[in-house]
Design a protein around this ligand. Structure first.
Ligand code: QV4
Ligand code: CA
Length: 514
């Protein structure tokens, strides 16, 4: 009995810890630096992310993958593993270790995209080399650099004629058959679970803080539990004794399929794809939606429990038509509405937030589909990824979009840190798409997504004073570079937002008080 009592906190700790982001106190959002090189991420942690309060970086898969040559080096080749060697277009293991160390040293943590449901595609024709030169033979299911052999794949277990997932309404297809031809690992086997855990533990020892578990929908929740239970605690050079990896599982659940997000809650957080899909629908005003409908945003509007959700406006798939969400998803291609959506997400208390940071590609939509959806990151003719260059005004160049460096988004990441833990208060709407809300006595935001000007006096919950709007500018020294808002003695303030401005929202918080 005594041992059981002593064990209980440890067991509970193990049960609960994977929902905690492991970001430093006061740092409450992470950014996906999609396809960035490790050397650039190390610099970005030091020169930008740490000073601006970002908590961490989701990186592209670091392991060795198939080199796809037709089409030429698509971004998606990185979702076709060949081995667990740390060796990809983003850099080698030395560069990876240097990035993790330097980012951790400035309090910005690294979250790895772990592709462990499958290895590369079974079909020939895309390419037959790997990023580190490891030999493989996908037809024979031979990946000696792990090693995996035919025994380690689900081919016999899958009952479809093609061997691929044919029907998403059959959970057995979804878990035991090949996702778009990608050879499916037999995670029911202890050997395979051990190899996956060995890879993840190797990264934990280097100092990573957590994992995005790719294609979680295609793994049985219990198999994920099994390999997660083999993981070590985080490296105590940067994390407190007993810290567990932050886990967020990629499950696309928009409703209507038998496989649901809730099956995965026991393992960690889950990507809430309804968030960006619904928010996009509302901000685009599709199907008669209006921002006033955001009043009950969260669990009561049909989203999963907040403490299980990883939220985002768009991700690397649905910004280019992969995955799910479709036409309602907002992206950097529609900057005015996109900034409002990211602003809303970062002002609102629901979920753990991830910001998308993209590269530019020659988008070419034909009959509703982007035929350039495969286009890889800015690269040189030898396929190497081009580095991110920074302009004098802090934006990116060389093909990199860097939404996280748009001042409106950067300032809202700071807003999100400043209002952390504060209640959702003082909601106001005009029953159309002019809405406002506060976060206790620490921050207030107001949007005008109507086709008419806004002019209103509202209770902000803030102490009297002059505050700098962080969307049109910010506080610098003792003045505002953009608009300033006067909060009167009773906590109210007057707001005016034209329907024609590029940024039709205003946000103030306690750290912008003059
Ligand atoms: C092709 C045919 C198949 C055929 C196969 C035969 O299309 O019908 O069976 O050949 O070999 C690429 C190609 C795809 C090709 C496949 C296998 O696009 O045409 O199949 O390779 O060679 C990314 C891309 C995919 C890409 C994959 C691997 O989105 O297009 O496939 O990488 O390179 C579902 C899942 C969800 C998933 C989402 C996209 O539930 O888990 O689809 N999201 C994650 C990642 C995503 C990644 C994967 C999963 C796979 O976020 O980026 O897919 O790791 O909703
Ligand atoms: Ca599977």
């Amino acid at each position: 009995m005594r041992t059981l009592l002593l064990l209980l906190p440890t067991l509970l700790g193990v049960c609960w810890a994977q929902y905690i982001s492991n970001t430093k106190p006061g740092r409450t959002a992470i950014v996906h630096l999609f396809e960035w090189r490790w050397t650039d991420i190390a610099l970005e942690c030091e020169r930008y992310l740490a000073p601006n309060g970002f908590g961490g970086v989701q990186i592209s898969p670091p392991n060795e993958n198939l080199v796809v040559v037709d089409p030429w080096r698509p971004w998606w080749e990185r979702y076709q593993p060949i081995s667990y060697k740390i060796c990809s277009r983003s850099g080698n293991e030395i560069e990876f270790r240097d990035m993790v160390t330097r980012c951790n040293n400035v309090g910005v943590h690294i979250y790895v995209d772990a592709v462990v449901n499958h290895m590369c595609g079974s079909g020939a024709g895309f390419g037959d080399h790997s990023t580190c030169g490891s030999y493989f033979n996908v037809g024979k299911r031979d990946f000696p650099a792990v090693p995996y052999s035919a025994w380690d794949f689900n081919d016999k277990k899958c009952k479809t004629t093609s061997g691929d997932i044919e029907n998403y309404s059959d959970p057995i297809h979804v878990r035991d058959c090949r996702l778009v031809g990608l050879v499916d690992l037999a995670l029911g086997k202890d050997y395979v679970r051990s190899k996956v855990a060995e890879y993840m533990n190797y990264l934990i020892d280097i100092g990573v803080a957590g994992f995005r578990i790719d294609a979680s929908k295609h793994m049985w929740p219990g198999d994920i539990t099994a390999f997660l239970s083999k993981l070590k605690n985080l490296n105590t050079q940067w994390f407190s004794e007993g810290s567990r990896s932050f886990i967020y599982q990629e499950v696309i659940d928009l409703g209507g399929e038998p496989v649901t997000s809730s099956e995965y809650f026991g393992n960690g957080r889950v990507t809430e794809f309804k968030y960006g899909t619904k928010l996009g629908t509302i901000i685009r005003k599709l199907n008669g939606e209006k921002m006033a409908n955001l009043k009950n945003w969260g669990e009561s509007s049909g989203l999963m429990p907040s403490d299980r959700a990883l939220v985002f406006v768009d991700n690397h798939d649905n910004q280019r038509g992969h995955g799910a969400g479709g036409a309602s998803i907002l992206t950097f291609w529609i900057p005015r509405l996109y900034k409002m959506a990211v602003g809303f997400m970062l002002a609102h208390p629901y979920g753990f937030t991830r910001i998308m940071s993209s590269y530019w590609w020659p988008r070419n939509i034909q009959n509703g589909k982007d035929i350039s959806d495969w286009f890889g990151p800015p690269s040189n003719s030898d396929g190497s990824i081009r580095s991110v260059t920074i302009n004098a005004n802090a934006t990116c160049d060389n093909g990199w979009v860097c939404e996280h460096r748009w001042h409106q988004i950067r300032n809202m990441v700071i807003f999100h840190n400043v209002v952390d833990g504060q209640p959702f208060t003082n909601w106001w709407d005009n029953n159309s798409s002019q809405v406002a809300f506060g976060r206790g006595n620490r921050g207030f935001i107001i949007f005008n997504n109507d086709d008419k000007n806004l002019s209103v006096t509202l209770q902000t919950g803030l102490l009297a004073g002059i505050y700098c709007d962080v969307i049109s500018g910010q506080k610098e020294g003792n003045h505002c570079t953009g608009m300033q808002i006067q909060v009167k003695g009773d906590g109210t303030a007057d707001f005016q937002i034209s329907s024609r401005t590029e940024d039709s929202f205003v946000a103030i918080h306690v750290d912008t008080k003059l």
